[in-house]
Design a protein around this ligand. Structure first.
Ligand SMILES: Cc1cc2nc3c(=O)[nH]c(=O)nc-3n(C[C@H](O)[C@H](O)[C@H](O)COP(=O)(O)O)c2cc1C
Length: 365
């Protein structure tokens, strides 16, 4: 009996299985708009049987984009095409999630295939960047401007407006991106946040912005729909953000109405030494889940069906999120079901290629 294909109930939403497509930037938008690439990319992974498809980091304001080609949701005009993608994902029986993001001091960068980690100049299509403190990410990045109190308020409002648009587009889950060294993680980590106001210094102060955004978004996002937060459980750097602070943060997020913590790590410090290996971040999900009672998602080098099934069966996490393996194989969930001996439905159009007795899934209207 596989556990990977058990449904997961989150408020009024039922994930048909425990497999999620982890957020992955596609660097394929113009002015933040989704297009045919996004429809095919997310659509194939929904057709491939993922229970949850979460969009890439979707910028809440243009200055919060990682690159000029990032997906965005700062304008009501972004909603229409996103709604088309959501409609297709739902038709395939999958659940549609959106990751809301601001890149802070890591904004205004070229897409990774350009292979140069510099801050883009205005002439290259870049823009001035801001962060909690005027500390650059590395020696290729420009020094960001420290956000003013008014600047912080604008960002809180932008997250709320983005959540409102996500609901209009039909998304069923919102994930707030507070990981990988982007703006909200920059506030959490004492290495990137050296403010002396109510947003810096103590743990209480460094976590304040994330708590304010979660509270404000939860106020906008309907009670019957789930809210996730992605965190980096550790900076992997001495004196930085770590697992103990993550556990304390999650204890505070639970009563604010967060339904699941998506447990990643790293991304905030270029000098971090990360012990990469199969499931290298799963123990963070396990520890946070055990010590806080929060539902958790595990991510990071989860590639084999038996490995993913074990994570769910042994209670290390409630959900597994796969990124690069889903790029290699959009049909990973269908292949995993075959390997684990689970008869999950295949798209009716493909059922003749499926194992014997596989039920056919007909799209809903
Ligand atoms: C092409 C690519 C783009 C990514 N973009 C995002 C993103 O937009 N938001 C995010 O939280 N993580 C992003 N990630 C990180 C993944 O979601 C995931 O956490 C990481 O790749 C580890 O999982 P994996 O070993 O299954 O690839 C990205 C990863 C890749 C490979």
């Amino acid at each position: 009996m596989s556990h990977l294909f058990e449904p997961l109930a989150l408020r009024s939403i039922n994930l048909p299985n425990r497999i999620a497509v982890s957020p992955m930037c596609q660097y394929s938008s113009v002015d933040g708009f989704a297009n045919d690439w996004h429809l095919v990319h997310y659509g194939s992974r929904a057709a491939g049987g993922a229970g949850l498809v979460i969009t890439e980091a979707t910028a809440v304001i243009p200055q919060g984009r990682i690159s000029p080609q990032d997906l965005g949701i700062w304008d009501d005009r972004h909603v229409d095409f996103l709604a088309r993608i959501v409609h297709f994902i739902k038709q395939r029986g999958s659940v549609a999630g959106i990751q809301l993001a601001h890149a802070g001091r890591k904004a205004s960068s070229p897409p990774p295939w350009e292979n140069r980690s510099v801050t883009l100049t205005g002439a290259e299509g870049g823009w001035p960047i801001s962060a909690p403190s005027a500390i650059p990410f590395d020696n290729c990045s420009v020094i960001p401007t420290a956000l003013s109190g008014a600047g912080i308020e604008e960002i809180v409002t932008a997250f709320v407006q983005a959540a409102r648009r996500a609901l209009l587009a039909g998304f069923q889950i919102v994930e707030i991106h507070a990981a990988h060294g982007y703006l909200l993680h920059q506030f959490l980590s004492p290495l990137s946040n050296q403010r002396t106001d109510q947003y810096g210094g103590s743990f209480e102060n460094r976590t304040r912005l994330l708590r304010e955004i979660v509270t404000a978004v939860r106020g906008e996002w309907p009670d019957n729909l789930p809210l996730f937060v992605r965190i980096s459980a550790t900076d992997w750097v001495e004196g930085g953000w770590d697992i103990d602070q993550s556990i304390e943060l999650v204890r505070q997020l639970l009563p604010l109405g967060v339904d699941l913590i998506d447990c990643s790590s790293g991304g905030s410090m270029p000098q971090a030494r990360i012990p990469l290996g199969a499931g290298y971040q799963t123990h963070f999900a396990e520890q946070i889940r055990r010590e806080t009672g929060m539902k958790c998602g595990a991510v990071g080098l989860i590639t084999a069906p038996a490995q993913a099934d074990h994570i769910i069966r042994s209670g290390q996490a409630d959900l597994v999120l796969l990124a690069r393996e889903m790029l290699r194989d959009p049909y990973w969930p269908l292949h995993a079901a075959r390997e684990l001996g689970h008869l999950t439905p295949w798209p009716a159009q493909y059922v003749r290629a499926a194992p014997a007795h596989t039920p056919a899934y007909l799209p809903s209207k």
